[in-house]
Design a protein. Sequence first.
Length: 298
Amino acid sequence: MTASSLGFHCERPDFTVRSVPDGDEFLVRRECLAQGSEVFRDMFHCCDASTGERVLELQESAPSLSLLFQLLHNTPEPYVPPDADKPVHVEAHDYVHIQQRVPAHAIPFPLLPTLFVLADKYACAPAVMQACFSHLAAYASTHPLRVYGMAVGMGHAAIAAKASKFLLHPPLTSYTTDEIKSIPTAEAYHRLVLLHEHRIKRLREILIDEPIFPQRYGECSKHTARTKRHWEARKGLVIPRVAAATDVAAEMTLDVNQLAGCETCFKAWVAATAMLGYKCSKVPRRIDKLPTSVTQPI
């Protein structure tokens, strides 16, 4: 897709639309406009075909009409990630890296806000909207705040929820006021705040309660007391730093040399951090997974 008025071309056109502000004329097919847009369909129903009028004037810029006609004549296929069939396991500490992955073959993100304004204004068909929404969802990891705000504004809860898991990092307080304004409602912003607070609280609780030697399992006959002290000391350093996207298990990792080279204590430490990782993975990462007790407190 291109926003340029010169970028749109139609095979076998049978109708002309003129941009009043720019004076550009577009050769289009009435059938494509009528099938893809309720507004155009109604316009054509209201027109008297016997007059022979073949030009429709619209108060839209040429770039906007180019984008709209491209959408209606060549509706993009729903976006499917190249590796959609591959299982993906995402750890908490991977979120920053995931945000750098630009989706391939998706509608360029800068075009999407204008595209959705036009699609709404001209009441585009459900199939057209669904395709556009799939391309918006493709940017949930690279533009999470914008995608979240747009999805909320258009009432698409599933895309908003998908984007919310990529808004665990950085902290919400790191965004500027103008950036936060992209979230259209106070309720939507509050749900993100609740997600962050719930994760921080639960991650800290899990860490506080996790022992290095559960039920004395894996204790070392020589270094138990010292290893317990290391474990609690490490907790003391990590707990105050826990944020919504913190990988608690990774933060608790030590190498064998830090445990005086004791393989038994090291194995116990590895087992304990693995258990931490498992328990922390159960903490909700998306707004739609929050417990009702959090979203609807008594």
